[in-house]
Design a protein around this ligand. Structure first.
Ligand SMILES: NC(=O)C[C@H](N)C(=O)O
Length: 485
């Protein structure tokens, strides 16, 4: 059993008709995950109570109005849960159990979704390959020798492998969109503030957003319907009205003004990726949209600004992991200072330590103006670049990542090689805009992702344009290597 060729509505219909119960579906889902887990390594924890929870939904009756009722889903292991451990893929949080659920977890459960397990990530969401997990490297279902992207690699892989129809990830600089691109699924990074961050383990608090992975654009809209909205626990969550994100899916792109930034088809982008995006632009024109080349002149400084700002925020957010309040504690410390040093030296992996040091340096008295302040100024210039383009365009299109999935181990020597993966996703986080990746082609058997970027809170426009593209292409219907097993 897998979910290829199925979507939320079709499975929901089976549940409503009684063709299958949520408990049966959940058992099949768990069995399928267990069978593929030795190859895929997408999960860090399974929900022991999943079947019991599904039985409870069956007993209460599947809600015919809610496609998530009784539906198995997965979540990234940096979203806290009371009934499963939360590690953020760090040794620091080995065996950590939260006393509360993340708001998005509460919302999924309120909708009747069955959270089957928690997916692997780069430690504390720092990375673009899941190789930085302290526990395991998730594989890409399209080619098990390649990475699924990151940091939400487990959430992307489980949907791509047909194990669940939906999962949640988080995106600070590309962590939903880049893995979606690498694994051939749909991934949405909502507008900053659209989804509550309460219970998401903080990395870069002015960037982090939770968002869904799905096989189709419509399914993605359903998931965002379920998780969006203001939350009193998160002061940065917006009180903007939450529309029905499925409402405009069939409106098409006739008359839509799409911008294609020249910088997004420049040096460093693989030729096959550029070709796929040019073909997608033609497709949009054929569907009645106009596509115009524009410029985002400061986008190229985005990666530098991000690594100063996000690392600064990380250095502050990760201060709490001191060996006393949470998780891991070094066993043989001589005194308090030694406890801090030993705990943090052995509890954090190298990439996390690198970011903490980078951030601490950028925030230090002698460097603040030179790095942090400069980066904040670049952030403003990038926001202004987008504002200018959006004065006379409805959305921006381009590649999600410069390449398709790379080999495991390929980018492990120079950390900055990994950082440039996010060159086209990071500006979107710097500006707080919504961005979505969807399948737009293949190169040597590996998926290529297209990124659509919208105005603040215009996720509906992205879904509308994404759905129009998906309806006229079949990239989302291909089955990965692992699916043949
Ligand atoms: N968290 C993210 O969005 C991933 C990004 N590649 C980073 O390492 O910061």
């Amino acid at each position: 059993m897998n979910y290829f060729d199925r979507d939320l509505e079709s499975v929901h219909q089976q549940l409503v008709n009684g063709d299958v119960t949520s408990a049966e579906l959940t058992k099949q889902t768990l069995a399928n995950i267990a069978a593929q887990e030795p190859d895929l390594q997408a999960y860090l924890a399974m929900n022991e109570a999943a079947v019991e929870q599904a039985e409870a939904v069956d007993a209460a009756g599947i809600d015919p109005e809610n496609v998530l009722s009784g539906m198995p889903v997965a979540i990234k292991d940096n979203l806290v849960t009371t009934n499963m451990p939360t590690t953020a893929a760090s040794k620091m949080l080995e065996n950590f159990h939260s006393l509360f659920n993340a708001t998005v977890v509460e919302k999924l459960q309120a909708a009747g979704a069955i959270i089957v397990g928690k997916t692997n990530l780069d430690e504390f969401a720092m990375g673009s390959s899941t190789e930085k997990s302290a526990y395991q490297t998730t594989k890409n279902p399209w080619d098990l020798t390649t990475v699924p992207g990151g940091s939400s690699g487990g959430s992307a892989a489980t949907v791509s492998a047909g194990q669940v129809l939906a999962s949640l990830g988080s995106d600070t600089g590309g962590s939903i969109r880049q893995p979606a691109s690498f694994t051939g699924v749909v991934g949405m990074k909502p507008t900053y503030g659209r989804v509550s961050r309460w219970g998401l383990i903080a990395f870069g608090s002015s960037f982090d957003q939770v968002g869904p992975f799905t096989r189709t654009v419509k399914d993605n809209a359903y998931l965002l319907n379920a998780i969006a909205g203001h939350d009193d626990h998160d002061a940065t969550s917006s009180d903007q009205e939450v529309p029905d994100f499925t409402a405009h899916l069939n409106d098409g792109v006739q008359g839509m003004r799409i911008a294609l930034p020249q910088e997004y088809l420049g040096d460093g982008i693989a030729p096959a990726v550029k070709d796929a995006i040019r073909a997608a632009a033609k497709q949009y024109e054929a569907l009645g949209a106009t596509v115009e080349t524009v410029s985002l002149p400061h986008a190229k400084y985005g990666v530098m600004a991000y690594y100063a700002l996000a690392s600064s925020e990380a250095s502050s957010n990760l201060e709490r992991f001191d060996g006393i309040r949470y998780g891991y504690r070094a066993p043989e410390a001589k005194n308090l200072e030694d406890l801090y040093v030993q705990t943090r030296s052995t509890g954090f992996g190298n990439e996390v330590k690198r970011r903490i040091m980078l951030g601490t340096f950028a925030l230090s008295a002698g460097s603040f103006d030179k790095y942090f302040k400069k980066a904040a100024q670049i952030r403003t210039l990038i926001i202004e670049d987008f504002q200018k383009v959006f004065q006379d365009h409805d959305l921006i299109m381009g590649p999600t990542a410069p390449t398709t999935a790379f080999q495991i181990g390929a980018e492990s020597t120079d950390p900055t090689e990994m950082y440039v993966n996010d060159v086209m996703t990071i500006p979107v986080n710097l500006a707080g805009l919504p961005g979505m990746s969807l399948p737009a082609g293949f190169s040597a058997g590996l998926p290529i992702g297209m990124q659509l970027i919208g105005k603040p809170f215009a996720e509906s426009t992205l879904y509308q344009a994404g759905h129009a593209f998906e309806q006229t292409t079949d990239f989302h219907q291909h089955t990965p290597q692992l699916g043949g097993k």
